[in-house]
Design a binder for this molecule. Structure first.
Ligand code: SAH
Ligand code: SF4
Length: 367
């Protein structure tokens, strides 16, 4: 490995074509190499038997296929699998594979930490460390496929769905995330349908406005409150881009897609904070203006969060109010909490001990 070598895992199909062009090679090489890396799981150029020896040697001089190292690989009692993987610079991130019926959904991270500081999210409490590169995002999918049976183009999909709901706010790492989701959906790479790749955002409105010009990935919107006063507290970016602006922007994104998809609205239910009858009424009223599927996420506790999960009865009551209001609603069952893999429990590790990452280390040690 050398600092000056290009990691080809991070090059989108068009960037890989440019790469071959600058090498003085034919552009179709890009498709061959993409297939080797993302469909056969190749880790070295020597494996690429439809490429001449001379070109393979040339590639090995200037490029590499480099994946992060796996630090932890744990499987929960319910089959949820969590990996902690080492990133350059000493940071680590977490990803989770959730089997459910015939789906195997991989939850990937887009940043080390997050700068948006939502009050109920342990990733937010950790603070922001850095953006992941495209290679580091796409490598999560490669690692998960290899660890769960390997690459087998003729066989069943090891990972059927990807959600960008791990650590970080994807729209704060726009370019790298867009390239990564394009590769997830590209037929020469992972070939997942646009309905099976979902980007989750807490509502970075200007980035959302740009997103529809460059991709047609599915979208989940983290709402958590239907009035601005409460959302300002739970999701502080709401102070910049309030609910009305977010709803308009989401509606615009979906009207550009020209198909029948609707967003998933995520609403983390927190006892006594946003789970009362008046909150349910406000939510029904708001969601009438935004066609969607609602996903209620019972709050997953972490040390010193100051919040609690509502009782099962309170969750059922909130759901019933939504259904009465004709909102299509599901409750996300907590998965993998015995290996700290549930939503909001992903904290990774950060190398630099800023004040906020120190706070996180204290939280971790308090466990
Ligand atoms: N930054 C993006 C994606 C990562 S968070 C976003 O906010 O959408 C993925 C989901 O987990 C979000 O809906 C988030 O609000 C939710 N979440 C965060 N902390 C949680 C917790 N402690 N319990 C339950 N859900 C949580
Ligand atoms: Fe960041 Fe999402 Fe956590 Fe908010 S909920 S702090 S946006 S990761």
């Amino acid at each position: 490995m050398s600092e000056s070598k290009v990691n080809l895992l991070g090059l989108s199909p068009s960037k890989l074509e440019e790469f071959f062009d600058t090498l003085g090679e034919k552009k179709f090489r890009a498709v061959q190499v993409l297939k080797w890396m993302h469909q056969q799981g190749a880790s070295s150029f020597d494996e690429m038997t439809n490429i001449s020896k001379a070109l393979r040697a040339k590639l090995a001089e200037v490029a590499e296929i480099r994946e992060p190292e796996i630090l932890v690989d744990k499987t929960s009692k319910d089959g949820t699998r969590k990996w902690v993987i080492q990133m350059d610079g000493g940071s680590a991130i977490e990803m989770v594979l959730i089997p459910e019926g015939d789906r195997r959904t991989l939850c990937v991270s887009s940043q080390v930490g997050c700068s948006l500081d939502c009050s109920f999210c342990s990733t937010g409490k950790q603070g922001f460390n850095r953006n992941l590169s495209t290679a580091e995002i796409i490598a999560q999918l490669r690692v998960a496929i290899r660890c769960s049976g390997g690459f087998d183009p003729s066989g069943e999909r090891r990972v059927s769905n990807v959600v960008l709901m791990g650590m970080g706010e994807p729209l704060m790492n726009f370019d790298n995330v867009v390239d990564a989701v394009q590769m997830m959906m590209d037929d020469n790479a992972y070939g997942l349908s646009k309905r099976r790749v979902t980007l989750s955002t807490s509502g970075v409105v200007p980035a959302l406005e740009k997103l529809g010009d460059v991709t047609d990935v599915s979208l989940a919107v983290s709402l958590h409150a239907a009035n601005n006063e409460l959302r300002d507290v739970l999701v502080p970016i709401n102070k910049k881009y309030p609910i009305e602006m977010l709803v308009e922007s989401v509606n615009r994104y979906f009207s550009k897609l020209g198909d029948k998809r609707v967003p998933t609205v995520e609403y983390t239910l927190i006892a006594g904070v946003n789970d009362q009858p008046e909150h349910a009424r406000q939510l029904v009223k708001l969601l009438r203006k935004m066609p969607c599927k609602l996903n209620l996420i019972p709050f997953n506790p972490f040390p010193n969060s100051g919040y609690e999960r509502p009782s099962e009865a309170a969750i059922a009551k909130f759901k019933a109010e939504m259904l009465k209001g004709k909102i299509l609603t599901t409750v996300r069952r907590t998965r993998g909490d015995d290996v700290d893999a549930a939503c909001g429990q992903l904290v990774g590790q950060v190398a630099d001990r800023t004040r906020r990452s120190q706070k996180y280390i204290e939280l971790r040690e308090a466990k």
